[in-house]
Design a protein around this ligand. Structure first.
Ligand code: DQA
Length: 152
């Protein structure tokens, strides 16, 4: 099996996961999420990097730098999911397959969270499973990449 290189990007306010609105996002912190993803990727023979930023430009820079380096992206863009045409354009520019994840069920929340600007470009989307959205999303991403971009 090929050794896939995967990049996880957490957007704004996800550094506060675990303490931020625990009734919505739970009490698991971001470092625990990253550790779960790291363990899963090692078990799958993949190489994984995790990145978090509260800044739109920094996220765009990271996506641009990922071109020809990473095989797939796992993205929780936080509120930028709903607002950032610039991040969508960056994803379209690099053409790296990605899975969009959300800790909360965005469709059970405010209307402005129901629309994702990046969803039409995603290989798949996982929402509402708490921190497990990330691990489920990573499994889906690996499966799609191993199938050569096809859904399995
Ligand atoms: C989120 C959902 C977004 O609407 C929100 O802005 C976030 C977190 C989630 O993981 O549930 O910051 O992406």
């Amino acid at each position: 099996m090929s050794q896939l290189k995967l990049l996880v990007i957490h957007g704004p306010n996800l550094n506060l996961l675990g303490s931020r609105e625990p009734g919505i996002y739970g009490t698991t912190g971001l470092s625990r999420v990253d550790k779960m993803l790291e363990e899963l990727s090692v078990g799958q023979g993949c190489v994984l990097e995790c990145f978090q930023s509260n800044h739109e430009g920094a996220i765009i820079d990271r996506i641009q730098q990922a071109k020809a380096v990473f095989d797939g992206l796992l993205l929780n863009l936080g509120a930028y999911t709903h607002t950032s045409i610039a991040i969508r354009d960056a994803l379209a520019s690099v053409s790296i397959p990605f899975v969009e994840v959300h800790v909360s069920n965005v469709y059970a929340r405010e209307d402005f969270r129901h629309h994702s600007l990046v969803a039409p470009l995603a290989s798949g989307i996982v929402v509402g499973f708490g921190p497990s959205s990330y691990t489920l999303g990573l499994q889906g991403l690996i499966a799609v990449l191993r199938a050569g971009g096809e859904h399995v």
